[in-house]
Unconditional design. Structure first.
Length: 417
């Protein structure tokens, strides 16, 4: 009789409960006859019934309900909208061109958000209680497959979004403090290099987890069929612990960077508003004394005012996006910090119910954050609004022209017949 090791845990990287099979992990030993006896009745999450749970505030039933609603229903609906919204954002930014660093940055943010919501769609499908491997006779365990196909890619996309947003807030800070020198400091080329570097570094951080985690076939003698399940290498604990700490550091640093830049940006906006009010007052007083001014001076002043107003509007938009990011990212950021410091809160510890409940709420919040930027762009960016309106009008015009052409072609030909 073959024995297997059941490692039931909340994955510390993608925060996903799963059952992993490996000869190297420590845990409860099961035989092939009773290996699937601990499947939850609400959704396919395997948690050993003998595990000591120290979180009486959240029962197993409440946890299951929260996770199912947040992951399988709400997150799925939001992520479908997010895919459409981010595709629209990318198309609009491409139409605008990459002559400005901010356009490059926001395009990178839209691509990262698209990765987040796309992975979330597949992850939500895997968490759907009706998408069960036994009910549908699937050749794989969904919660095993999603760890590598959705969990890690999604986590990397969220971190990429955070770092790109940190660049956007930093750039807007410079636009407010030194508006006429920022183009020399942050150029479109430098923005492209930064965005590519962020994608490369965060992708590289996920590679070790694909080394320690494998998808392997497992034959279940009781069902007389094979499944694809998740398996770990013997050195998984040592490698994953190091890269998990590094991943948490990247997440926390990006979160702090966005928070600090947002605070500085809001403060700079307030100071700029006060300065503009004082300038208007002084200009009004001086205008009563000096009525003569050259046209060139007025033209220069007008251009500077227009540039300042444009920077201010963009700064307000970025500060709002950053604030929403901070609020939506806070649950999972705190969750990861607690997991790294409290062993009982991670994996199959005693506080697993609280962990998984907050994990599902955090995932849904991150999905919301990756899906709603289109509303801020459309309501606060004149250029974005104009571009998308031109695209819609051009499509409507071309469709109408094609219809009219068809009618005109059909008329004479009918008459000739």
């Amino acid at each position: 009789m073959v024995t297997l090791t059941q490692n039931v845990s909340l994955l510390h990287d993608s925060e996903t409960p799963f059952v992993g099979w490996s000869s190297g992990d420590q845990g409860k030993i099961f035989t092939e006859d009773n290996v699937y006896d601990n499947i939850s009745s609400i959704f396919p999450i395997a948690l050993h019934e003998e595990a000591v749970v120290k979180s009486p505030l959240v029962s197993k039933k409440i946890r299951d309900i929260f996770v199912t609603i947040n992951m399988a229903i709400l997150s799925q609906v939001i992520s479908v909208f997010g895919v459409i919204a981010n595709i629209i954002n990318i198309v609009v930014f491409i139409k605008q061109g990459f002559g400005e660093a901010m356009t490059v940055t926001l395009t990178g943010l839209a691509v990262a958000d698209l990765g987040t919501v796309t992975c979330q769609m597949w992850l939500s499908i895997c968490w759907n209680p009706w998408f069960h491997y036994e009910r549908l006779k699937l050749p794989f365990r969904p919660l095993h497959i999603e760890y590598l196909s959705a969990g890690h890619p999604r986590l990397s996309s969220v971190r990429i979004s955070a770092w790109i947003l940190a660049l956007a807030t930093f750039e807007r800070c410079l636009c407010i403090t030194i508006p006429f020198k920022v183009r020399e400091i942050i150029t479109p080329r430098r923005a492209r290099v930064f965005v590519v570097a962020v994608f490369a570094v965060n992708t590289a951080c996920a590679v070790p987890f694909y080394y320690t985690s494998r998808i392997v076939p497992f034959f279940d003698t009781s069902a007389n069929r094979s499944y694809l399940v998740l398996s770990f290498t013997d050195d998984r604990q040592e490698i994953d612990s190091v890269f998990f700490a590094f991943s948490v550091s990247l997440t926390v640093i990006s979160f702090v960077a966005v928070a600090l830049c947002t605070a500085v940006l809001v403060y700079s906006l307030e100071q700029a508003s006060k300065w503009r009010e004082s300038v208007k007052t002084s200009d009004g007083m001086s205008a009563s004394k000096e009525d003569k001014a050259t046209d060139s001076a007025n033209s220069t002043s007008t251009k500077k005012t227009q540039q300042l107003n444009k920077n201010k509007r963009a700064a307000k938009m970025v500060s709002l996006i950053s604030t929403i990011f901070i609020v939506c990212s806070l649950p999972n950021t705190v969750n990861q910090l607690v997991m790294s410091m409290v062993p009982e809160y991670a994996k199959n510890g005693g506080y697993v119910n609280i962990n998984q409940t907050f994990w599902s709420l955090g995932y849904m919040a991150e999905t919301v954050n990756a899906s709603i930027n289109i509303f801020m762009y459309y309501s606060m960016s004149t250029r974005y609004r104009t571009t998308i309106q031109d695209m819609v009008c051009a499509r409507c015009f071309s469709a109408g022209a094609a219809r009219n052409t068809g009618d005109e072609d059909g008329g004479p030909s009918t008459a000739r017949k």
